[in-house]
Design a protein around this ligand. Structure first.
Ligand SMILES: [Zn+2]
Length: 272
């Protein structure tokens, strides 16, 4: 159940802020129908190459997987890419964008999701920070340099189920196996350049905002990047989470899925 008085406080912060920080974790994407890649929905198995079991998923989340097992890694992430591309961002993205248009400095997105759904929903690329990178760009698996390139041209020709070592996407600069430009666990090969530039832009934006409010959506505690960031921003925190919704400092915790609570907040903001 969403606490009504806390919901009201949250809507007042959103009205009175001059900038909205949207901090989105996996729960935001799950509401669009995306598998939770931590496996809690058991959907990993549907993406696994033939002959592999759910137990093998762990090794495909490690930074060395594109070096050690490039064919399996590509079969797995190639399917994940196709699943993400088939989904449409849910209506919550448009709601948040509408709220942001009412405040002087608009919104800045901080997300651990690599699906590019904020950009797909029409958000300005210059106002998004993807702390774990994105599947919409590729990089060299080695890497031989800091180059990244859009995934579209690569993925258009990839049939994950038919991939072999000789047909894997390659780095155009050195010919080594390519990989998506997102961060895996223990990943020493991730090219961080794009995310570093996004951090710069967010810092500049935040310095101009006098009364920020943070709205945190579906961010877990297992990989706490989004939570830690949300708590680091000055200003009240609106935490939306079905389970772990407690807030220690100034803020409110609203229990529910991202989309359910956004709907409730939107109804309240519309009454003005
Ligand atoms: Zn290379």
């Amino acid at each position: 159940m969403i606490n009504t008085s806390e919901l009201k406080r949250a809507s007042e912060w959103l009205r009175n802020a001059d900038g909205i920080v949207i901090a989105a974790g996996a729960g935001m994407s799950v509401d669009s129908g995306l598998p939770d890649f931590r496996g809690t929905h058991g959907l990993w198995t549907s993406l696994l190459p033939a002959g592999m079991t759910e137990r093998d998923v762990g090794s495909l989340t490690q930074g060395d997987c594109f070096l050690d097992r490039p064919v399996e890694a590509w079969q797995f992430y190639g399917r994940a890419f196709q699943v993400c591309r088939q989904l449409t961002p849910h209506r919550g993205y448009a709601m948040l964008a509408r709220w942001a248009r009412r405040v002087a400095n608009g919104a800045f997105v901080f997300t651990s999701n690599v699906d590019g759904h904020f950009q797909a929903a029409g958000y300005d690329e210059a106002r998004v920070l993807e702390c774990h990178g994105t599947m919409n760009f590729m990089q060299c698996g080695k890497p031989c340099g800091a180059a990244i390139w859009p995934s579209d041209s690569t993925m258009a020709n990839v049939d994950p189920d038919a991939l072999t070592l000789s047909t894997l996407p390659r780095c155009p600069h050195c010919g080594h196996v390519a990989r998506p430009n997102f961060l895996l666990f223990d990943d020493h090969h991730w090219v961080e350049k794009r995310t570093a530039a996004q951090w710069e832009r967010m810092g500049t934006w935040l310095r101009a905002v006098k009364r920020p409010v943070v709205i945190e959506l579906g961010a877990g505690t297992a990989v706490p990047s989004v939570r830690m960031f949300a708590e680091s921003v000055r200003g009240p925190l609106i935490r939306i989470n079905p389970e772990e919704y407690d807030v220690a400092g100034e803020g409110v915790g609203l229990q529910g899925t991202a989309l359910d609570v956004l709907d409730a907040l939107d109804a309240l903001l519309a009454t003005n």
